[in-house]
Structure formats: C-alpha cells, structure tokens
Ligand binder design. Structure first.
Ligand code: ATR
Length: 278
C-alpha cells in the first residue's frame, strides 16, 4: 500500500487528491493520498510527526514550499535553484525535495502544442514571482532560444535572469514594453495572480494586435478563460490553460514517486470537466 499526501494551509479545497487517486487507479496501484493541513504555528512539531508516518512521498504547497527545505536530506538541482520544494520523495527513509511546477508547465505545453515549443521559439513570461522563476528555469533547461521576462517591478525580472546567467537569451522588460511587442512572440505566458477570481475582469496587459499562430497561456485556472486569454483568443491566438499546468505538475510528482508513465489524456479531460462542474 502506497501512502502519499499533501501538506499546506489551507488545503481543504485542494484538487490534488482527485488527480492522484485517478493516477493510482490508472496504474492499478493500491494507495492513498491524504491531506495534512498544518497550522503555521505547529509546523515544526507536525513535520516531525510526519516523519514518523512513513509516507512514500508528499506534495508541499503554500505556505511551506520554502520552510520544508531545512527538513530535507537531499534536494535536486531545480528545487535548489528555485529555493522552493513542492514534492518530496521518501527513499529509504530519506526525504528528497523536488520542484515540479516549471517542468510540469513546460511538459504540458510540449504535450499539447509541440509545434509551438521548439528550440527556436521566442517566449515571453509576464510576472516575476515563484511561478515565473520555475517556468523560466524549465524553458532554459529545454534549450529555448529566447525567453524574455516582463514585470511591473523590472528589477525582479532582472534578478531571475541574472540568477540563471540568462542575459544572452533574455531581456527584462517593463509591462508597457511587453504590451507593445506582444505579437512578436511564439508563446506568451501569464504567471501573475492578476485576473484570478473574483478579479476576473483584470488582465496584466491589454491585447490589441493580431496574434495568429501564437500560443497564449495563463497559469490562473479560476476562471478557466481569464480576461488575458479571452482577449488573446479574440486576436487569433491558440490558448493553453492554467488547469493544464496544475494537472501536469501533479503528474510529474506522481512519476517521481512511482517511476511509472501514466496515460494522462483521458484523465486530463475528466479533470477539466470536474473543474467546470465546480
Ligand atoms: P508567486 O506566488 O508566483 O510567487 P508573487 O510573488 O505573488 O507570486 O508574484 C506575483 C507576480 O504578479 C509579481 O510579478 C507581481 O509583480 P511585482 O513583482 O511588480 O509585484 C505581479 N503582480 C501582482 N499584481 C499585479 C498587478 N496588479 N499588476 C502587475 N503585476 C502584478
């Protein structure tokens, strides 16, 4: 019997149990995925209790992606660079930290839109928080030739680029500059929380140029069709949705824990239906 779970606060509405239970089912594995909601004041004590539970792996979400690091025995390179861990694998009693956010996102684009994500693609990331950092890392790892980052606070975009020695492939931009050249990219990824429900009338940029042949992507998954994506659709872009990133970062964690390759197409369709029904 495999035991997985999630730590975070609050997590009662997490979609992870649904995804992982379907993946376990798909692989005909006997296992469970439990929620361990930990109050911030109890973190240090509860994390030691978790060590005793002999889980096979667990996910880590807000607000513990950084705090978990000091409890790990090992950390992989991406997670170390990102300074954030969202997946822990337990191997021979040791806790090994990973970060599947960026790579999950890039995998989800590669799966669905391989024609958009080629080495010669030019990509623009909007925003410079933790999600932007993970996606930037994963895009550079994949060898993408140009990845610019635009942010309201341009210095934060500069920081991310410099942390990865990305100056040859990347320019930091203001939101206004990005807005003016939105039609110059193959892929534009929105990584900020702007447009998230209940502020679903907001968009980080105004889209007002023809975008035929481009892919526009938003990591916000509520609503599914954000104002950013809605505008892009009106100007002819293909769309990639936030729920796909959410799904694929979970699949990536599952693969790390189980060394399996689940068939995800049908589960993803069901996941989209589940979200629409909520
Ligand atoms: P994460 O959860 O990914 O770490 P975060 O640190 O909250 O997110 O970062 C959110 C991102 O959204 C930042 O890039 C932030 O811009 P600043 O760095 O200038 O603060 C961006 N963001 C949030 N609200 C915004 C707004 N109203 N307009 C433009 N950008 C905004």
């Amino acid at each position: 019997m495999l035991r997985f779970g999630l730590i975070g606060f609050p997590i009662a509405h997490s979609l992870s149990p649904w995804i992982h239970n379907r993946l376990l089912e798909d692989q005909q594995l006997n296992g469970s995925y439990e929620l361990f909601e930990i109050e911030p004041a109890d973190f240090n004590k509860e994390i030691l209790n978790l060590k005793k539970k002999e889980l096979d792996g667990f996910n880590v979400t807000v607000p513990y992606k950084e705090r978990i690091i000091e409890y790990l025995d090992e950390i992989d390179e991406a997670a170390r660079f990102l300074g954030a861990v969202n997946t822990v694998k337990v191997k021979d009693g040791k806790w090994i930290g990973y970060n599947t956010d960026g790579v999950g996102y890039v995998t989800s684009i590669a799966d669905r839109y391989p024609e958009h994500l080629k080495e010669l693609s030019e990509v623009l990331i909007l925003g410079s928080g933790g999600a932007a950092r993970g996606i930037y890392y994963a895009l550079l790892q994949r060898g993408i030739s140009r990845v610019d980052i635009a942010n309201r606070t341009v210095a934060k975009a500069e920081h991310i680029i410099d942390d990865l020695n990305g100056r040859e492939k990347s320019s930091p931009l203001s939101i206004e500059e990005a807005e003016r050249k939105l039609d110059k990219y193959d892929i534009v990824v929105q990584t900020s929380s702007v447009g998230m429900s209940p502020n679903d009338q907001q968009s980080i940029v105004k889209v007002d140029k023809k975008l035929d042949g481009a892919l526009f992507s938003d990591i916000v998954y509520r609503p599914k069709l954000t104002m950013f994506l809605k505008q892009a659709q009106e100007f002819g872009a293909d769309l990639h949705f936030g729920y796909e990133m959410l799904f694929h970062q979970a699949v990536y964690a599952f693969k790390i824990w189980t060394n399996t390759s689940p068939e995800t197409k049908k589960i993803l369709i069901d996941f989209e239906r589940k979200l629409e029904g909520e």
